[in-house]
Unconditional design. Structure first.
Length: 576
């Protein structure tokens, strides 16, 4: 039997979640998520989880990376410290629990080779023992979740080790009994745990593909670590991941399925292990994981999926109505997507997201509660000449709550300043306002800062991230308009003067025309192939030769070797 198609780069195991419902205080009716931080990690992002590994009350993060797993301690503001990597066998999935009952969280990884699971015992200070406690499995496994299958209050495991779904009962010391194997659901791809027949014994929800057959199934637990044969239901599209939660508040567990090529389905549970036909919802792109949690603290479960193939990286949130239906997907932008989890990263009692990306590291998206910011990604100032002040950029703030949002302070940090504020000290329910910031670099380089707000939406500061790139190169004028020019004829050249306003010599690695109509403009320059000394200038001659009628546009891009490049020179003209 061949293995099912695996999404190794997409596997995630989160906290020890049995009912997929986190206990947040119910105070808000809205939530928004904004990018807060990116922390470097080794390449590879196969599985991610949160847990308090050093017992300081702040969530930490662990992620399976290229040659093991990496642990980074949380700082309490949504960012993480430097990761520490532990070498493992060939593993793609992990989970977190206290496997030896010492009060410290441990990490278990499912090994594809050799056929085993490995527990790395935690010392309680964020450090893990480098030699794992190993337990054998019937076959190599690539997915693991944690739950208590025999109600002895010791963590057990459910794994996918094709062709089986297997349960390993924990001994309470980090070791496990020989697995109980069940082969009634071929092609398993993802597991979630919950009680689907209300007998107080843990069951397994599974999704997968076998040949051209796509299915979800429920394997009822017998309360002793064995599973009954799957109650299997066909689905129309390729399944990716599953989660469980009571979406309509009837006391019966429901199933939520993310489709591999986009979309999500809700299967309401009947309370006996069977599921009703799915109700499908669109998403902005394909997804490889699905989370169920009350993200806006209204007492109704919501659904979140990484939006890996959307217009940009980020997360889709489908707000739950409490009757089993979902509102249309709302996209919150991030600079990347990937494996992800949910937890309170900054101690404000609001659920936040953490993303693991194989090349970029770990990103956090903080929940801003009723304070809705747009854009949610950093305000970015490109190619600003050092010693000058940029044009302002604005972020809009909307109060999505039912009462006034009070603001006690607003300030900017670093090389940035607040230039406008229509918010004042209070924003009425449903009202909007705007904050503006400008970039004031004194030297060339890359600068970061934040607009910090203290408001009643959170007990912690809210942040709007700021990024500025300051250059020593001034290119004047900043735009050229060639007016009307007959198609097939060339205009007289116009001149852009480039000056080194810095204190060291610079060299251009490239100067080129780019943009939609780049073939309609040409340039030649004496700026390349030389070192431009401090205070010296060179020229770029630009001509317009339209290939079609109508408005034409492009830009001149100057790339500084080892430095920050200036803003592009905008080119325009009309072909006649």
């Amino acid at each position: 039997m061949s293995l099912p198609r695996l999404h190794f780069s997409r596997h995630v195991s989160g906290f020890v979640i049995i009912h997929c419902l986190l206990s947040w205080p119910a105070t808000s009716a809205w939530a928004q998520f904004e990018t807060r931080a990116r922390d470097s990690f080794p390449q590879g992002a196969y599985s991610i989880a949160l847990g308090d590994f050093n017992n300081d009350g702040i969530p930490d993060v662990v992620m399976i990376t290229g040659n093991g797993f990496s642990v980074a301690l949380g700082k309490g503001d949504g960012s993480f410290g430097n990761p520490v990597t532990y070498t493992t066998e060939v593993a793609y999935s992990l989970a977190v629990a206290d496997f030896n009952g010492d009060g410290n969280l441990d990490i278990v990884v499912a090994n594809l080779v050799p056929s085993s699971v490995s527990v790395y015992l935690g010392n309680g200070d964020g450090i893990f023992q480098s030699t794992p406690v190993d337990s054998s499995t019937t076959d190599g496994s690539y997915f693991v979740v944690v739950g208590d299958f025999n109600n002895d209050h010791k963590p057990d495991l459910a794994i996918i080790d094709p062709p089986y779904i297997s349960v390993l009962l924990g001994n309470g010391d980090g070791t496990f009994h020989w697995p109980s194997d069940n082969d009634s659901f071929p092609g398993a791809n993802w597991l979630a745990l919950a009680d689907f027949n209300n007998d107080h014994d843990l069951d397994v929800l599974v999704a997968g593909s076998f040949g051209s057959s796509y299915s979800v199934g429920v394997l009822l637990g017998n309360g002793n670590g064995t599973l009954r044969n799957s109650i299997t239901q066909s689905v129309e599209y390729v399944p990716a991941a599953v989660a469980a939660g009571d979406m309509n508040g009837d006391g019966n567990m429901d199933a939520i399925l993310a489709y591999d090529l986009g979309g999500v389905a809700v299967f309401l549970g009947n309370g006996n292990g069977t599921l009703q036909p799915p109700v499908n919802y669109n998403t902005t792109g394909s997804s490889y994981y699905v989370l169920v949690s009350d993200l806006n603290l209204d007492g109704k479960l919501d659904v979140a999926l990484p939006a890996a193939d959307g217009p940009e990286g980020g997360v889709d949130v489908l707000w739950g109505t409490g009757d089993g239906t979902l509102l249309p997907a709302q996209f919150f932008a991030n600079t990347a997507s990937g494996v992800f989890g949910v937890g309170d990263l900054n101690g404000d009692h609001l659920p936040d997201f953490v993303f693991g990306n194989g090349f970029l590291g770990v990103d956090s998206m903080l929940n801003t509660g009723v304070a809705s910011f747009a854009p949610t990604t950093p305000l970015t100032f490109l190619g600003q000449l050092s010693g000058t002040t940029s044009a302002p950029q604005s972020v809009r703030l909307a109060n999505k709550g039912r009462s006034a949002l009070s603001i006690s302070s607003i300030k900017a940090s670093g090389a940035f300043q607040i230039t406008g504020n229509t918010c004042g000290h209070s924003v009425a329910a449903g009202a909007r306002c705007a904050l503006s910031a400008a970039f004031q670099p004194t030297t060339p380089g890359t600068f970061t800062g934040v607009i910090t707000l203290m408001d009643s939406a959170s007990t912690r500061p809210q942040f709007v991230e700021l990024v500025g790139y300051a250059t020593a190169i001034q290119a004047l004028p900043g735009s050229l308009n060639f007016g009307s020019q007959e198609v097939g004829s060339r205009s007289a050249p116009q001149i852009v003067t480039v000056t080194n306003e810095g204190g060291v010599q610079l060299e251009f690695s490239s100067i080129y025309v780019g943009g939609v109509d780049k073939k309609d403009f040409s340039q030649n320059t004496n700026c390349t192939g030389i070192f431009l000394q401090p205070g010296a200038s060179c020229q770029i001659k630009v001509s317009f030769d339209p290939t079609a009628t109508g408005g034409r546009s492009a830009a001149i891009y100057l790339t500084v070797q080892g430095g920050v490049s200036p803003a592009p020179v905008v080119l325009s003209g009309t072909g006649t």
